[in-house]
Design a protein around this ligand. Structure first.
Ligand code: ZN
Ligand code: FE
Length: 255
């Protein structure tokens, strides 16, 4: 299997996975870069996995379905361009011979789902849309901070080796914020150097891994004493873990 991050718009990645014959794509906000990758690779699109309803994740779905006949899979609780197979937490869907487990991860949107496979060429793989980014998390547009925290907790509990395929290249700006939260985090400084080198070569910083994110991502670390202290220095009224997480998200919104 080859995993490719196709750049789209300013900073989206449309993830394409293929085995030399068949392919799947995740969140095709634009059909054109997917179509040209399919042509270049000589592979047939079999499935489209959608994580949530936003246009930068769904804009190319109808055209790709029309041109390739690929089946579309998406969140049962959201409106995406139909017809599609509606997926709920605990469902699984087989695409490219891989069973993808569906996880409900509300917060960015109310019905956001993620796709997880425990073994793709020997390591787990996660497509998490706009829920988890390297060094950050999605803005909370439709859900609550409590929901987003629970969703991130679920993702953080996946195996450390899980490759994390996020839908945006937000890493360097997220890491600047993370450094303001945890200036003494050595793993964060290391990860930042690695990511700066990748971006300097025009390469994606993704996929990340759950192990890396647990070490460097303040939104997966909001119960760490150093993170709690930094948040409370900004928002002294934030006492319980949800309030701390909400204040951390709010801090990032205005950073
Ligand atoms: Zn979104
Ligand atoms: Fe997005």
């Amino acid at each position: 299997m080859e995993l490719i991050a196709l750049p789209a718009f300013n900073d989206n990645y449309l993830w394409l996975l293929h085995d030399g014959h068949d392919a799947l794509v995740v969140d095709p906000g634009d059909a054109a870069p997917v179509q040209s990758a399919l042509d270049r690779l000589g592979v047939k699109l079999r499935g489209i996995l959608v994580t949530h309803h936003h246009g930068d994740h769904t804009g190319g779905v109808e055209r790709l379905r029309a041109t390739t006949g690929a089946r579309v899979h998406g969140p049962a609780r959201e409106r995406i361009p139909g017809p599609f197979e509606a997926l709920r937490d605990g469902d699984s869907v087989t695409v490219l011979g891989i069973d993808w487990q569906v996880l409900d991860v509300p917060g960015h949107t109310a019905g956001h789902i993620a796709y997880y496979a425990p073994d793709v060429d020997g390591a787990p793989l996660l497509f998490c849309g706009d829920t988890l980014f390297s060094g950050g998390c999605g803005r909370i547009f439709e859900g609550t901070p409590a929901q987003m925290l629970a969703s991130l907790d679920r993702l953080a509990a996946l195996p450390p080796a899980t490759r994390v395929c996020c839908a945006h290249e937000y890493t360097l700006s997220n890491l600047r914020f993370a450094a303001a939260v945890e200036p003494d985090n050595a793993a964060l400084a290391d990860h930042t150097r690695r990511c700066e080198a990748l971006r300097a070569q025009g390469r994606p910083t993704l996929p990340s891994t759950i192990a890396v994110e647990r070490a460097i991502n303040p939104f997966l670390r909001s119960r760490e004493p150093a993170v709690v202290r930094a948040v409370q220095a900004q928002a002294p009224q934030a006492r319980d873990e949800v309030a701390v997480f909400a204040a951390l998200r709010e801090w990032k919104n205005h950073f």
